[in-house]
Design a protein around this ligand. Structure first.
Ligand SMILES: O=C[C@H](O)[C@H](O)[C@H](O)COP(=O)(O)O
Length: 219
């Protein structure tokens, strides 16, 4: 019988436990796949020293599990960071931020030695961009940034009624075919008013665990 997306997420979530070492501070991302990972972690009985979380959402779940929360400012490095993705290209560049946690996720990924990306197989794509690219902007720059994004050939849409954990807004950019993710990531991030964008190409995933109908594939 074919597994649904949730079953595939649970499958990779469990496989990611292999990268977690008891007694360490773990970097934890955000999203439905990470929620499955945290459930698997709770079931495993593995005891962490603590966790650095990329969102208020994951932080709450970690606290409920009894895992001590460590401030990002109090660590110099994370040995492992586990997080999901909205799209993954064959070179491990990602689009993230569907849940709006992109900025803190990018910081966590940047200070991690090993970024383990967990996802179901629907996330693997030949070219990034079918998933709208999230761009976190400070609110007063929203219209200026939207105009620049539209000039790139995209269609920037404000994520209505959504505020990030950092008090900012998200523009979701539809219709981009991203041929050079690192160049686009850098270009958008240089515009005043942009906090960051959801391209993870300058700092990519190191390992991708993909939940497929034939089991977990380690890429
Ligand atoms: O802001 C959210 C994150 O980047 C998520 O990792 C991403 O949206 C994937 O989420 P999910 O595991 O729910 O598909």
């Amino acid at each position: 019988m074919e597994m649904d997306a949730l079953s595939l997420k649970k499958l990779v979530a469990k496989a990611a436990l292999e990268y977690v070492e008891a007694g360490t501070v773990l970097g934890v991302g955000t999203g439905s796949t990470v929620d499955c990972f945290l459930d698997a972690l709770a079931e495993s009985g593995l005891q962490l020293k603590g966790a650095v979380s990329s969102s208020v959402r994951s932080e709450k779940k970690l606290r409920d599990m009894g895992v001590p929360i460590v401030e990002m400012n109090d660590v110099t490095e994370l040995s492992v960071y586990v997080d999901g993705a909205d799209e993954i290209d064959p070179e491990f560049a990602l689009i993230k931020g569907g849940g709006g946690a992109l900025t803190r996720e990018k910081i966590a990924a940047d200070i991690s030695k090993k970024f383990v990306c967990i996802a179901d197989e629907s996330k693997l794509v030949p070219v990034l961009g079918a998933f709208p690219l999230p761009v976190e902007v400070i609110p007063m720059a929203r219209e200026a940034i939207a105009r620049k994004l539209n000039a790139l050939g995209g269609r920037a849409v404000l994520r209505a009624g959504f505020t990030t954990d950092n008090g900012n807004e998200i523009l979701d950019v539809h219709g981009l075919q991203i041929q050079d993710p690192a160049a686009l990531e850098q270009a958008i991030n240089q515009w005043p008013g942009v906090v960051t964008n959801g391209l993870f190409a300058l700092r990519r995933a190191d390992v991708v665990l993909l939940g497929t109908q034939n089991g977990v594939k380690t890429l």
